[in-house]
Ligand binder design. Sequence first.
Ligand code: F6R
Length: 608
Amino acid sequence: MCGIVGAIAQRNVVPILLEGLQRLEYRGYDSAGLVVVHDEELDRVRSTGRVADLTKKTASTQGLIGIAHTRWATHGVPSERNAHPHVSKNQIAVVHNGIIENYEILRTRLTSEGYEFASDTDTEVIGHLIHSYYKNGGTLLAATQAALAELVGAYAIGVIANDNRDQLVCARRGSPLLLGVGDGEHFIASDVSALLAQTRKVVYLEEGDVVELGRHGYKIFDVNGRHVERIVQLSELSNDSVELGLYQHYMQKEIHEQPQALADTLESVCNSQSLVPGIFGAQAANTFADIDSILILACGTSHHAGLVARYWLEEIAGIRCNVEIASEYRYRDSVANPKSLVVVISQSGETADTQAALNHAKSLGHTHTLAICNVPESALIRLCKLRMLTRAGPEIGVASTKAFTTQLAALFLLTLVLAKQRGRLSLQDEQRHLHDLRHLPSAVQKVLELEPHIAKLAEKFASKHNALFLGRGLHFPIAAEGALKLKEVSYIHAEAYPAGELKHGPLALVDKDMPVISVAPNDALLEKLKSNLQEVRARGGELYVFADANTHIKEAEGIHIMHMPEHAGYLSPILHTIPLQLLAYYVALQKGTDVDKPRNLAKSVTVE
Ligand code: F6R
């Protein structure tokens, strides 16, 4: 998704803006641009290439104040004329994340007032609207506030004017934006990672905030225009955590970070002797006592985590659980159960559909809400009464990896806490699960040792156009996640089916050109799965089986086995995710795709 960086300083801000944009590249973009004030003129440079192209094009650009943007096209094709910043009458420049829903009405009005539109974007109306107020006199802040009052939709914006080198104005509603506090300089960004090279002191803006930044201070005004103070926080992210280090790609790095990410997420629990609801917030015990079911809302990979959790929650905690795709739920007139706990799962905490689904659930009467999320201070964390932060660290690769396995760990903890509260967890079982959780990071580490074998296996996929993933029970969502990873990064069309469903249709697809990848844990459904694999083999399908020890599935003509080091019981879905992530990664390498920035995708989907 789009990214914003801005700076006002006593030095040339162009390198600051470019470095910030580079750090936002992971979010996905198709064009980039920046503008600075120089000699009372707006000096704007834009490019449809990578940030590296923009760097070349700005070699001689200089200014003490500027704003910059990476764009992921929504309104209008990716092109230089649609790239941000957008400029009005050479006087006002704007960068914008989000979507302005009433832009057509505004565009018609502004056109009749003599404004010319040079792009197809919704953003351009913001610049012209601010200009229409600014030209009558008054401050940039006042003109921006007046313009914002007319906008319907979501935005994070940065604004500068050609005749004011001393003030940068920014605002947010519905899209994230934060301030960076420096010494004699201030910054804005849509993501803290953009600012880490400049400062770790940050202020997370609240919904509706508008800010006037100078070099030596800033003033924040809330949604009602009142001057307010917001806490300055020290970001816990280190500069290193967003560096690639020795790895070739962020996806590979993040796959390898999973043992640590899991250990960090489970830290407080694994260091104690028993499970307490407090890990989900101070009110958790009371809330959990009041609920009779769970409603999980999420998108994409996070939705797959929810699907795994449904098995755990119903089987171990004995609590009814529904899992819904957020973008569908938000538009459905469902029957609300106020005794249900609404759980939103999200890496970014900013996904527009998940936020809208949560708000929809609240509007239907749901009051119990829990966010499982990887980003502190994100919108979903703020919108929920209960919360658990996964501690995966920044996930830069567009394909979600460590966020997924840490979400699973958090959801397993939720299951155990609810099971205990509902009298379904003996002391002995609690200790056994705690033991398994403590062992989990090293179990994942052992699975990672399969990497060279999987890299070899991936060679067989380079010429394929389709793939089928099979799993059963707890592991069907893992097959679905494996298929999603493969299609995202290698562009091979992949589908997942519960293995028992094969003969109800998809078996027709199986022939010698269709690789069939199966997740084969040593669980109660193993024998059923083996029969399904026979059905594939009998039709000439080539099988790739990730099998636990003692499954007695043998390597043979057309059957390739990858042996998993151990069976992890209920935690097995976490272990079985790892080889499928590695497979997708190495197939993508074979195919030469842009692994960390797959085409058409964005990291954090903040628009509908
Ligand atoms: C897939 C992927 C997406 C996200 C989805 C939800 O690899 O990353 O499917 O899982 O866009 O994003 P979050 O978890 O940030 O709400």
